[in-house]
Write a protein that binds this ligand. Structure first.
Ligand code: FAD
Length: 393
């Protein structure tokens, strides 16, 4: 049996950051990871460049049954703290758009530094730790952890095993299982930041355009990409976080443009031109053709044949295109899991469970899920930091 002050399950973003924070305070920390190496999702993040935070990170950038829960941890560790941490390690970064910060040298730079500083602080990482089981014992080492890498015990246990998406990068439901084992509620989970399935758009695959998208009271302006299965791109991924199955999504394919007025102007100036020509001034030909073939407007030879009301109807099909996605592409394509360990069970300041002293849940395993744009990694750093600075021995 190996004794520690703190055991952490999962050597991902939140687990490694928590380990570092606690070890720098003098705690003896052990991290158990079932993959052969730590931080696979950090490496894959941002297409290998790690969109590691955002210039502005606020609770409203997250979905949770308790929209206020994230506030405390985010206030303890705002983006500028992580930027200082990168600066100390000489890691350069840049803003891509909308405040999204990426590593110049790729995500490996962040992971390498995390591992290096953890080792320096004395953290022991046990990789290939399969079959983890946790049992409650008596004080002082309340938590006993058995695994293929040996048996461990500590007065504090942090569960940082992440969400359910991308099993190939190490995802498992261990965190949710442990929460249930300890009598904690787990909210409904679903894939998020994920493409929508919407049949019928294969001819448009590859077309990308800036849109405004609305679902369930939230709206986003970003790019939409038509795919063979349906819709993707940052606008869709963001909307997927707030979308619920069966609910409608509305897309403005020409944001900032009153198409009804423009069509009227075009009719006045070019009465003998076709509606297809008019729409193709602003939209890709393949898209206009598909909309036309779908019977979105009557086929007429020229613009002068359309009444003002008919043109307004055509414009509405473009400015307010609404549909109900058939579903999403699921955990295999989702960047994150929406839902998780209920925030009702946790202190928002320390992430410790209210029912079990010394038991913490951090990162994506909790019902706090961020938008696309660096928010999920920032939540991992901030929740790991909040727990790491609070854990006592
Ligand atoms: C392809 C992809 C790209 C992404 N890009 C971005 C991005 O650019 N910006 C952003 O903010 N977010 C991004 N995310 C999301 C982000 O990576 C996660 O939200 C974040 O890593 C969560 O941190 P975590 O510590 O909670 O979980 P993770 O980083 O997933 O770490 C969990 C760790 O626990 C380990 N583990 C799981 N089960 C077990 C078990 N049974 N036993 C032992 N160990 C276990 C895992 O192997 C893993 O190492 C991306 C996600 C994916 C999949």
């Amino acid at each position: 049996m190996q004794d520690f002050d703190l055991l952490i399950l999962g050597a991902g973003a939140s687990g490694l950051f928590c380990a570092l924070t606690a070890a720098q305070r003098g705690l003896k920390v052990g991290v158990l990871e079932h993959m052969p190496s730590p931080g696979k999702k950090i490496l894959a993040s941002g297409g290998g460049r790690a969109n590691f935070t955002n210039l502005s990170v606020q609770a409203q950038d997250f979905r949770s049954l308790n929209p206020h829960f994230a506030k405390s941890a985010l206030a303890q560790y705002p983006p500028k703290r992580f930027l200082e941490w990168l600066d100390d390690g000489g890691i350069e970064y840049h803003e891509k758009k909308l405040g999204q910060l990426f590593c110049n040298r790729g995500s490996k730079a962040i992971l390498d530094r995390l591992i290096e500083v953890n080792l320096k602080a004395g953290v022991q990482v046990f990789t290939n730790a399969q079959g983890i089981e946790v049992a409650l014992a008596t004080d002082p080492h309340r938590y006993k952890v058995n695994s293929s890498q040996g048996d461990f015990a500590a007065p504090n246990l942090v569960v940082a095993t992440g969400g359910l998406s991308y099993r190939v990068l190490g995802a498992s439901d261990l965190g949710h299982q442990l929460a249930r084992q300890f009598g904690l509620k787990v909210t409904h989970t679903s894939p998020a930041l994920v493409p929508f399935i919407l049949p019928g758009f294969t001819p448009l695959a590859g077309i990308s355009l800036p849109v405004e998208i609305k679902t369930l009271g939230r709206s986003f302006a970003d790019d939409l990409l038509f795919t063979h299965q349906g819709l993707s791109g940052p606008a869709i991924l963001k909307a997927s976080l707030f979308w619920d199955p069966g609910k409608e999504v509305e897309v403005n394919l020409l944001p900032g443009l009153n198409l009804a007025e423009e069509l009227l102007d075009l009719k006045r100036g070019n009465p003998q031109k076709s509606l297809f020509w008019a729409l193709n001034q602003r939209l890709p030909e393949r898209l206009v053709l598909l909309w036309q073939e779908a019977g979105n407007w009557p086929l007429k030879p020229d613009l002068q044949s359309f009444s003002q009301k008919e043109l307004a109807h055509v414009a509405a099909k473009i400015n307010r295109w609404s549909f109900v996605p058939k579903g999403t592409e699921g955990y295999i394509k989702a960047e994150v899991t929406q839902g998780g360990v209920s925030t009702d069970e946790l202190s928002s300041k320390t992430l410790e469970t209210k029912k079990h002293q010394g038991l913490y849940f951090i990162g994506e395993v909790i019902d706090v899920t961020g938008l696309l744009g660096g928010y999920n990694l920032h939540w991992a750093w901030a929740s790991g930091f909040a727990a790491g600075r609070a854990i006592k021995i």
